[in-house]
Ligand binder design. Structure first.
Ligand SMILES: Cc1cc2nc3c(=O)[nH]c(=O)nc-3n(C[C@H](O)[C@H](O)[C@H](O)COP(=O)(O)OP(=O)(O)OC[C@H]3O[C@@H](n4cnc5c(N)ncnc54)[C@H](O)[C@@H]3O)c2cc1C
Length: 320
């Protein structure tokens, strides 16, 4: 058993490159070589862009029954590829797709998926958050392999592609139509980007602490007073209180403003990965143990219904 296989997802290039950055870090710690694989034509951007001197070989997994994603098809195809290559580690970006099929793929090898990894330490030891960030778990793989891992978006900054030659080998798994039991429907789409939060210098972001849509003007007033864009955590957008394009996080936009003011947001990892690169983070939360305070430069422990109007008034007064 040897090597690290990083499985990439065409069309999800940023997080695929992040998984590759993790693969390289794992290679440094273990001394094992890295290979990549993805479903698709060898001319797909994902193969071209991940060519480089550190990746001698990439595997283009091709079959007509893989043109539309099904967990059945992907489990069969990757089981065959992994049995052929016999890697010690198999790394995936933590996407909806990998969440869907990789746990079942892992059980084919009597393994589990260590999912949502946010850090790696010597050992190798893999770090992930538990219970909405209230606990951190450290995992070490023991016994037979391979070890299946998925990487949280934003946790490992993607390396820029480097010039170099990678040999792309085509792998054609044996799949028959009767193996595919699922009928795929329209794939889930993340938020579109008609509001460009990515270039906003000031952002006020609201979370479930606001309790009801009727209370949103409170936070909108603060954003207006500051001249900031309004953003939100996922439950706010899922409820339809604000449009999806204002969602920040792993399935929303990634932002890095000068100021990110988080109001009533707990700081789940999926939210943090979208905003932790902000230059100054201010958090208002009534729970002193909320994980958002771990990334905040300034924390206000208090009831947002008292703090936000007072802050708005103070900003208006300061601007007069
Ligand atoms: C695959 C996947 C993708 C995801 N993608 C995203 C994503 O892109 N973005 C995202 O945000 N989430 C995402 N999530 C959801 C994420 O896991 C959390 O559920 C979500 O971020 C929680 O939102 P929240 O902080 O607003 O709510 P909660 O976790 O419910 O936190 C509300 C906070 O408000 C505080 N509060 C309550 N009342 C008050 C008050 N009166 N005054 C002050 N503070 C108060 C509470 O103490 C609490 O900390 C994703 C989840 C999954 C599984």
């Amino acid at each position: 058993m040897s090597g690290i296989l990083v499985v990439q997802q065409a069309g999800r290039n940023r997080i695929s490159f992040e998984a590759l950055a993790f693969g390289r870090r794992l290679a440094e710690l273990t001394g094992l070589p890295v290979e990549t694989a993805a479903v698709g034509d060898p001319n797909e951007t994902i193969f071209v862009e991940t060519s480089g001197p550190q990746i001698p070989t990439s595997h283009a997994v091709r079959h007509p029954l893989l043109e539309q994603y099904t967990s059945d098809g992907y489990v069969i195809a990757f089981e065959q590829l992994i049995r052929k290559l016999d890697p010690a580690y198999v790394v995936f970006p933590h996407t909806y797709q990998s969440r869907d099929f990789v746990p079942r793929l892992a059980t084919r090898f009597s393994q589990v998926l260590i999912s949502d990894i946010t850090a790696i330490e010597a050992g190798p030891v893999f770090i992930r958050q538990l219970f909405q960030g209230k606990l951190t778990g450290a995992y070490r793989h023991q016994g037979g392999g391979p070890c299946f891992l998925s990487i949280q978006a934003g946790a490992f900054p993607a390396d820029p592609p480097q010039a170099g030659k990678t040999t792309i080998l085509t792998f054609e798994p044996a799949i028959s139509a009767s193996d595919i039991r699922t009928v795929p429907s329209e794939p889930f789409r993340g938020s579109s980007q008609t509001v460009d939060l990515g270039s906003a210098p000031l952002i006020v972001s609201v979370g479930r602490g606001i309790k009801e849509a009727e209370n949103l003007p409170l936070v909108q007033d603060l954003a207006t007073a500051l001249g900031a864009e309004l953003a939100a955590s996922r439950p706010i957008c899922d409820n339809g209180w604000l449009p999806m394009e204002r969602q920040v996080g792993s399935s929303g936009q990634t932002v890095a403003p000068k100021l990110y003011l988080a109001v009533g947001i707990s700081g789940a990892i999926q939210h943090l990965v979208g905003m932790k690169a902000s230059q100054c983070i201010v958090a208002i939360n009534k729970d002193p143990d909320a994980p958002i305070f771990e990334v905040a430069d300034y924390g206000i422990v208090g009831d947002l219904f008292e703090v936000v109007p007072a802050l708005t008034e103070a900003i208006k007064a300061a601007k007069q």
